[in-house]
Write a protein that binds this ligand. Structure first.
Ligand code: NAG
Ligand code: NAG
Ligand code: NAG
Ligand code: NAG
Ligand code: NAG
Ligand code: NAG
Length: 346
């Protein structure tokens, strides 16, 4: 019963959001969304999936759990043609029963049938491994938020360096733990870039459509709640992705980010080995560097980071955010942060 209500609430919100965003198309209805035999356009999908603003969420009668929100966002972000028109023959309001029966096909991950057009590269998320602005370095930090985030922020800020954090929702700790929320805000408020490393740090290339989408949606929602921004960049855990991941990322307006230098800190390298890797790299003086580090190791923070910053700056590089090293926007939207409530949980 709760699930039915949730779907109804989310669908209603989606319609409100669409009507607001797509002002020339006020007639957008559940009926049309569900009965369309065409895949929804990206604009429709994006405006729908991004319509769950904090204000809208907080205005709903029933608090929605993170799980419920995630499962709803799967429904809304599906790219499968929606073949449920026969179930939904009335115009709105649509009953929860209709939505529930309609939701079944929406959450399937059936392989794309052969008579569907093969997606062109134009509908695949961009994949980035290198900075593009000459003489820049982006220092990036995965797997937080965690214990050392404030110290990393302080070290970066003291050196006039902007870093980029790829956060998980629930990996070393739950992002909704008050300590972690405060750390995320601390890094963001000091001007560092925040981005998504997906919810649970699992391999996206081994997941079905709905799970990939919910892994992405969870962190996008958390960052929108905690600091008010929807990130523009996602780093797939382990750097693993496939075409389905790229397609879903594209629909979510996410650019996928890898790296071109790995400090090795998560691969068992000692601090001395990581420093040596940085030194060797800098000696070759590439025009740009997109460096992978992990914020969850004390040696990365206390030893590797200060070393890397001083050597990179001595070599004349500008140590900037990922967005700056690419000359791209850091965020898909920026607004106000939310107020924690019981639905903010892992
Ligand atoms: C997708 O994967 C998740 C988790 O592995 C599973 O619970 C769910 O049933 C799958 N969905 C479909 C439609 O196969
Ligand atoms: C699409 O991308 C694939 C893999 O990156 C590439 O081999 C292919 O040439 C691209 N096709 C077009 C039309 O750009
Ligand atoms: C890149 O920047 C470096 C350092 O400022 C400079 O020496 C070099 O000429 C630049 N290269 C290009 C292609 O602009
Ligand atoms: C942060 O840095 C301070 C000062 O160097 C140090 O005392 C503290 O232990 C560090 N915190 C963590 C969690 O490592
Ligand atoms: C800080 O870094 C920015 C960007 O790299 C640079 O423009 C600025 O001059 C730096 N400021 C100081 C005080 O070093
Ligand atoms: C997609 O992201 C870009 C910036 O990353 C933003 O300018 C644009 O508005 C976003 N599109 C939608 C539909 O949210």
């Amino acid at each position: 019963m709760l699930a039915k209500t949730t779907i109804f609430v989310i669908a209603s919100l989606a319609i409100r959001g669409s009507a607001k965003t797509v002002s020339h198309d006020r007639s957008m209805s559940v009926n049309r969304l569900l009965s369309s035999s065409q895949p929804l356009s990206n604009d429709q999908l994006l405006s729908t999936s991004q319509s769950l603003s904090t204000e809208q969420l907080s205005s709903t009668i029933q608090p929605l759990s993170t799980d419920q929100l995630l499962s709803s966002s799967e429904l809304l972000s599906t790219s499968q043609p929606l073949s449920t028109g026969r179930h939904v023959s009335s115009s709105q309001p649509v009953s929860t029963d209709q939505l529930l029966s309609a939701s079944q096909p929406l959450s399937t991950s059936q392989p794309v049938s052969t008579n569907q057009p093969v997606p062109s590269n134009a509908s695949l998320a961009q994949l980035i491994s290198h900075c593009t602005v000459n003489n820049t370095v982006a220092l990036t930090f995965d797997d937080g938020p965690y214990l050392y985030l404030e110290n990393i922020t302080d070290i970066l800020s003291a050196a006039n360096v902007t870093g980029t954090f790829f956060f998980n929702g629930n990996n070393y700790d739950c992002i909704y733990n008050p300590d972690e929320m405060q750390r995320v805000q601390y890094a963001y408020d000091h001007g560092h870039q925040v981005a998504s490393h997906t919810w649970s740090h699992k391999n996206l290339a081994k997941m079905n459509r709905s799970r990939i989408s919910s892994e992405m949606a969870g962190v996008e929602l958390a960052l929108q709640r905690i600091v008010g921004v929807v990130p523009a960049f996602t780093r797939p855990p382990y750097g693993d992705y496939n075409e389905l991941v790229q397609r879903i990322a594209y629909k979510r307006n996410q650019t996928l980010v890898l790296w071109d230098f790995d400090s090795g800190d998560s691969m068992g390298a000692t601090a001395a080995e990581s420093k040596s890797s940085y030194a060797k790299l800098i000696a070759t003086h590439p025009s740009t560097i997109l460096a992978l580090n992990h914020e969850v190791y004390k040696t990365t923070v206390d030893q590797i980071l200060p070393f890397a910053i001083s050597k990179l700056q001595a070599a004349g590089y500008n140590l900037v955010s990922l967005a700056e090293c690419l000359n791209m926007p850091a965020y898909n939207s920026q607004g106000t942060r939310g107020t924690p409530d019981p639905t903010w949980h892992c």
